[in-house]
Design a protein. Structure first.
Length: 206
């Protein structure tokens, strides 16, 4: 009798956390967040009070089981003072640690910076991985994407009902898709240039 009760209690102890933390097979969510992007050479804590080191962004995320796709949109300001956008498309693995309560996210993608025309005298352009500006009328979107920097991410995510919270470290690499194909040195993607800590609050759409 005691063995049956012990076995039942053990089964409940295993099933209850799983049922509480179980996550859905499909998750499509819309999120908004803030990324802390300190200037090079600035101490991490010293730059927290500088509003110029913060970027607000939106993102759309879709997950199927362990596979996840994300689109991040960062409004930015170019060196000339024009307003532009940084579009980062990423694919990642979302690996549950404790059901939906805690997941590990690891992935990578490409980030494209686009500055639209701001006056009659200026033309829209892309900012490439080597920080050069390429006229959007002279370069196709695909070519610009090919020569834009790769991005890597590592983070933790939690789903609490329809609400999601994501804490990630987003890293910009010096490598591009073009450089990886030309050199065939895939490890060069870990030659990182900058990094940002991002906190995102998202709402599950379905």
């Amino acid at each position: 009798m005691h063995k049956k009760i012990l076995a039942l209690l053990l089964l409940l102890a295993l099933l209850v956390p799983v049922s509480i933390g179980a996550r859905s097979l499909v998750n499509v969510s819309l999120g908004f967040g803030a990324a802390y992007y300190p200037e090079e050479g600035v101490d991490f804590s010293n730059g927290l009070e500088n509003p110029d080191n913060w970027l607000f962004h939106g993102e759309l995320s879709a997950r199927l089981a362990f596979l996840q796709a994300q689109a991040l949109v960062f409004p930015i300001q170019s060196d000339e003072g024009g307003q532009g956008i940084l579009l980062v498309g990423m694919g990642s693995l979302s690996l549950p640690i404790i059901g939906s309560l805690l997941s590990l996210e690891l992935g990578g993608g490409v980030g494209l910076t686009y500055v639209p025309t701001t006056s009659t005298d200026s033309r829209p352009y892309y900012i490439l991985a080597d920080h050069t500006e390429a006229d959007a009328s002279a370069m196709s979107f695909g070519d610009a994407l090919w020569r834009s920097p790769l991005y890597l991410q590592a983070g933790l995510a939690s789903e609490l009902g329809p609400i999601g919270i994501r804490l990630r470290y987003l890293m910009a690499s010096k490598a591009t898709l073009s450089s990886l194909v030309e050199t065939k040195e895939w490890w060069s993607m870990f030659n990182l240039e900058t990094g940002a800590v991002s906190l995102v609050l998202s709402l599950k759409m379905f």
